[in-house]
Design a protein around this ligand. Structure first.
Ligand code: HEC
Ligand code: HEC
Ligand code: HEC
Ligand code: HEC
Ligand code: HEC
Ligand code: HEC
Ligand code: HEC
Ligand code: HEC
Ligand code: HEC
Ligand code: HEC
Length: 326
């Protein structure tokens, strides 16, 4: 017995040492291993945007009137590095008479290296600064999948397409939700995917604020935020999405159950009386992940079936501990 325990400790110690050695390697994302390519040609120097313009008048005009044209020009006082801020130093490319292999090209470059080129400037910002921790980055989505500095389809934010079409182009599985009878009016342009999600964000589900704390919902539904003297506990502890689907549903109020009664009883198990007596817990709706609350002591006779008829202020109340009144 004693020997066996020592063996356990030994195995444990070895595991800890091995993990400690390997952890930094695991933590480093493979994409980050490659240093950002700063122009394909080593030893090249900056020649200035006017030189580029000589052969790339179209590209110059495209950039000139965008925030990149303005900002970079302004910041530097000259147009010196407008193009080369993104494409790397261009002297070798120019000397080679426009040798494509001697300039940083976005086409054909790995997503992580593309984003690195943009993050050289945008990496300090609150929003894009988290991009490397986002689901998008970690799944090979690059800045240029959504933005085009030269030929944006949507001038605002230099996007390759308007939202929500931009998002649907990859998330086609989400699209049907917004055509359901009850939905956030995203297609109608009243609510945007980016009201709730940050395309650059690091939070779970790339939400602007974590779903559990529901700050993302309170931005518009501040009336539900309270504080209430009597809060309905799951609103605070589980969050809105324990009862509502966020995108759209076939059920009124986008509730997760068509039948409100079943939604309530999914947590408020009606086997309350027997639970105290029984060794096994009453069967609950396991798809609702929440602690077991007290049941309604009142019976389940006909007149009690429409729970909201009496418990009308379901998110919380300042006057009624059972949410009868506001
Ligand atoms: C903000 C970064 C950025 C700046 C500034 C920039 N480019 Fe680009 N360039 C890109 C990206 C990204 C692409 C890939 C195509 C796209 O997504 O628009 C590209 C593509 C190109 C191409 C390939 C042809 C094409 O249209 O796909 C040329 C040529 C080019 N740029 C030249 C220039 C010149 C000249 C300047 C300066 C006037 C310049 N670029 C400034 C980011 C930039
Ligand atoms: C002497 C003329 C000349 C000058 C100056 C010049 N280029 Fe080019 N560039 C070319 C030619 C020619 C090509 C090749 C076009 C092709 O093969 O399709 C090219 C290609 C490129 C490409 C790749 C386009 C692609 O199809 O992916 C980029 C990016 C680019 N140039 C950027 C620049 C930048 C930035 C500057 C300024 C530092 C610059 N060029 C200056 C002539 C020039
Ligand atoms: C999945 C699509 C997507 C990707 C990938 C993406 N963006 Fe964006 N970006 C957007 C959308 C949509 C907006 C406008 C709405 C908003 O503010 O979120 C935006 C806004 C911006 C803005 C202006 C507003 C702000 O937040 O400052 C900047 C700058 C920006 N993006 C830079 C980048 C850079 C740099 C990268 C890569 C590191 C990147 N984006 C990757 C979709 C994307
Ligand atoms: C040389 C630094 C620099 C680089 C490199 C750079 N940007 Fe920018 N970018 C800026 C500045 C400065 C602004 C304007 C000020 C601002 O909005 O932050 C800007 C603005 C933007 C905006 C907002 C446009 C708007 O309408 O408000 C987007 C989107 C953007 N950049 C995307 C990119 C992408 C994508 C890349 C890489 C292909 C990139 N940037 C590379 C400096 C840079
Ligand atoms: C170029 C393709 C592409 C575009 C465009 C795109 N996404 Fe994504 N998105 C992905 C990929 C790939 C993932 C990784 C997980 C997956 O496959 O769902 C992802 C993940 C997400 C996630 C997290 C999903 C999860 O399970 O955690 C959200 C939320 C999201 N995207 C929202 C958006 C929004 C909002 C837009 C529009 C502004 C957008 N995406 C545009 C490709 C894209
Ligand atoms: C009203 C806020 C809101 C809007 C608007 C919204 N989402 Fe979401 N989205 C959420 C929440 C909250 C979740 C997390 C759901 C969960 O984890 O239970 C989510 C989850 C997702 C996921 C992860 C997969 C899934 O179904 O759970 C993707 C992808 C996604 N949203 C994309 C989009 C796209 C694309 C748009 C615009 C067409 C959009 N969302 C509009 C709040 C919103
Ligand atoms: C315990 C389940 C539950 C939780 C958690 C919950 N809701 Fe509700 N919500 C309901 C029910 C049931 C209704 C229907 C009320 C009615 O029809 O009278 C409703 C209705 C709504 C409505 C439409 C009617 C109204 O009262 O304005 C909105 C908006 C709403 N909820 C938002 C939220 C938000 C935001 C959260 C998170 C802060 C949330 N809900 C959390 C059960 C819940
Ligand atoms: C950008 C603002 C905005 C955000 C953020 C937002 N909502 Fe809404 N929500 C609305 C608007 C506007 C309506 C009314 C839509 C209508 O009349 O069709 C609505 C309606 C609702 C309804 C009632 C739908 C019905 O059938 O009556 C529920 C439930 C709801 N939202 C839940 C949520 C939840 C949960 C979140 C967070 C994940 C959230 N909302 C985030 C704007 C928002
Ligand atoms: C996600 C699980 C969940 C759902 C769904 C849910 N509840 Fe609750 N409810 C709770 C929890 C937890 C409490 C806290 C008090 C407790 O432990 O019983 C509570 C408390 C209550 C109370 C106050 C009890 C008291 O004396 O403090 C009432 C009344 C109530 N719920 C009614 C409802 C109704 C009606 C519905 C359906 C619209 C519903 N609940 C849906 C989990 C839930
Ligand atoms: C006809 C009105 C009415 C309807 C309908 C109704 N209740 Fe109640 N409920 C009450 C009353 C009255 C109380 C006790 C209030 C008190 O003790 O102050 C109560 C109390 C509760 C409590 C608190 C714990 C307890 O038993 O005292 C819960 C939980 C509850 N109800 C859930 C539900 C659920 C779930 C439904 C729908 C299946 C529902 N109620 C339908 C009137 C109603």
């Amino acid at each position: 017995m004693q020997r066996q325990r020592n063996l356990h400790w030994f195995t444990f110690a070895v595991a800890v040492i091995v993990l400690a050695a390997v952890a930094p390697l695991l933590a480093r994302k493979p994409q980050e291993a490659a240093p950002p390519a700063q122009g394909a040609a080593t030893g090249a120097t900056y020649v200035g945007a006017d030189t580029c313009r000589g052969c790339h008048e179209d590209q110059f005009k495209q950039i000139e009137m965008t925030p990149h044209g303005h900002a970079v020009l302004k910041t530097n006082g000259t147009s010196a590095d407008m193009c080369e801020a993104c494409h790397g130093p261009g002297s070798a490319h120019v000397e080679g008479g426009g040798d494509k292999s001697k300039i940083f090209r976005f086409a054909g470059t790995a997503p992580a290296a593309i984003s690195a080129q943009c993050l050289a400037c945008h990496g300090e910002s609150h929003t894009q600064g988290n991009f490397r921790r986002s689901m998008h980055f970690r799944n090979g989505v690059a800045c240029t999948d959504c933005h085009s500095p030269h030929k944006p389809k949507q001038q605002d934010f230099l996007l390759v397409a308007k939202t929500p079409q931009l998002c649907y182009s990859c998330h086609s599985e989400i699209k049907p939700d917004f055509s359901k009878p009850f939905h956030h009016k995203v297609n109608e342009n009243l609510v945007s995917c980016t009201d709730c999600h940050d395309a650059h964000g690091e939070n779970v589900r790339q939400l602007r604020a974590s779903a559990r704390n529901d700050m993302v919902c309170f931005k518009c539904h501040s009336d539900i935020q309270g504080p209430f003297i009597y809060e309905h506990e799951p609103v605070r502890t589980e969050g809105c999405t324990v009862c509502h689907t966020p995108h759209g549903a076939t059920t009124p109020r986008m509730l997760k159950r068509a039948n409100v009664n079943l939604l309530c009883l999914g947590c408020h198990s009606n086997s309350f009386d027997t639970r105290a007596l029984s060794a096994t817990p009453p069967s609950r709706d396991t798809s609702i992940d929440a602690p077991v609350p007290i049941g309604p002591a009142h019976n389940q006779a006909q007149r009690y079936q429409d729970c909201l008829q009496c418990h009308a202020f379901i998110h919380g109340s300042n006057t009624s501990n059972v949410f009868f009144k506001p």
